[in-house]
Design a binder for this molecule. Structure first.
Ligand SMILES: Nc1ncnc2c1ncn2[C@@H]1O[C@H](COP(=O)(O)OP(=O)(O)OP(=O)(O)O)[C@@H](O)[C@H]1O
Length: 335
């Protein structure tokens, strides 16, 4: 398969001035600053084939943004290299930006006061897109992202979900080969997240766009990513499929039941009906961790309610931080 992104021995070191506490420390830092180096990205190596949705995952501060900034040409690596569609993002900047689209979920690249369609017209000029190519492209993006209902509205009046769809369309207007999506479903409600995911999947399948996706949402990971690459403190800790991720780090869906009677808790046996789940009992609280592709939540809840007097139910999915904690717990256990 064709390689679209190649990252070799990529490193980024930041220099920070260390300031001792107090006025004396402040003055010393001013005249004789103590410089500390901090390795935000350490020796990353990966290859992404054309058309893959690559989940780039890590806890806060792991080094994801720093890596994306190097891949998009905003930051220069301290050492190592990245090659995207055969181009070096730092060297072939003008040619390179035509190959990539970037969406930051927390920030918009759209002009706040312009109507959405005017924004697209401006981008058309910036990218030098011909009239016919532009109309064809807009028709496709309208179909996938359903922009028509709000395309005449100023960006500032759009809901967060509409704005995200509008931002994704803007990043795809020039038909890039690679799309960088940073937290595309952040802050959206479940139904809207679902729409965005469907659109991302459709674009990837119809156009073979290579997508590098950063997300803290495990449903994004499960439903979208062909492959997961996890980093912690700038270093790779996992590279594999979602199935391998689950095998290695455990189940990611969790339901917690609060029960009135200890007796019920003691008698409760999920293995009667279900296989492949993990049950933890603590006093009158029972926590079940399971794989949602094998066990449906309503079945699990129905079974529990027929077996025990339940006062509270909480459905909670493990988050990235929890998965990484599990990773380090396992590492310690295996020492
Ligand atoms: N310009 C900079 N100068 C100094 N340190 C920096 C700079 N940019 C990032 N860092 C540090 O590098 C580390 C990695 O940051 P980065 O933003 O890449 O993490 P992240 O994985 O994207 O986190 P988040 O999920 O919170 O966005 C952090 O400890 C951060 O404080």
């Amino acid at each position: 398969m064709d390689k679209m992104i190649t990252v070799t021995h990529l490193q980024k070191t930041f220099k920070k001035t260390v300031k001792q506490p107090g006025l004396k420390g402040g003055i010393k830092a001013l005249f004789r600053p103590e410089i500390e180096t901090f390795e935000a990205v350490k020796d990353l190596n990966f290859e992404i084939p054309k058309g893959e949705i690559f989940g780039f995952i890590g806890a806060n501060g792991a080094g994801k943004s720093t890596t994306i900034k190097m891949l998009t040409g905003i930051l220069t690596p301290t050492s190592g290299a990245c090659l995207i569609n055969g181009k070096n993002p730092q060297k072939n900047r003008t040619a390179y930006v035509k190959d990539i689209g970037v969406v930051f979920g927390q920030r918009t690249q759209l002009w706040w006061d312009l109507a959405l369609q005017e924004t697209y017209s401006v981008l058309k000029e910036i990218y030098g897109i011909s009239d016919s190519a532009f109309h064809k492209r807009m028709a496709f993006l309208n179909e996938v992202l359903d922009l028509n209902a709000f395309i005449k509205d100023p960006v500032r009046t759009l809901s967060l979900g509409q704005r995200m769809r509008a931002d994704i369309a803007a990043s795809l207007l020039h038909n890039p080969k690679v799309l960088f999506l940073d937290e595309p479903t952040i802050g959206l409600d479940v139904a809207v997240k679902d729409n965005i995911r469907k659109a991302i999947k459709q674009i990837n399948q119809e156009e073979q766009t290579t997508i590098l996706l950063t997300t803290h949402d495990l449903n994004d990971i499960e439903l979208l990513c062909d492959r997961i690459f996890m980093i912690d403190r700038g270093q790779e800790i996992f590279d594999g499929s979602v199935t391998q991720l689950k095998q290695r780090f455990g189940k990611i869906h969790e339901v917690r039941f609060d029960m009135t009677r200890q007796d019920d808790v003691d008698k409760l046996n999920y293995q009667d009906l279900f296989s492949d789940l993990e049950v933890r009992k603590e006093g009158t609280q029972v926590t079940v961790q399971f794989d949602a592709s094998k066990i449906a939540i309503p079945d699990l809840i129905k079974f529990t309610l027929t077996q025990a007097d339940v006062t509270d139910i909480a459905v909670k999915d493990a988050d990235i931080e929890e998965i990484i904690r599990r990773f380090f717990r396992k590492e310690i256990e295996n020492v």
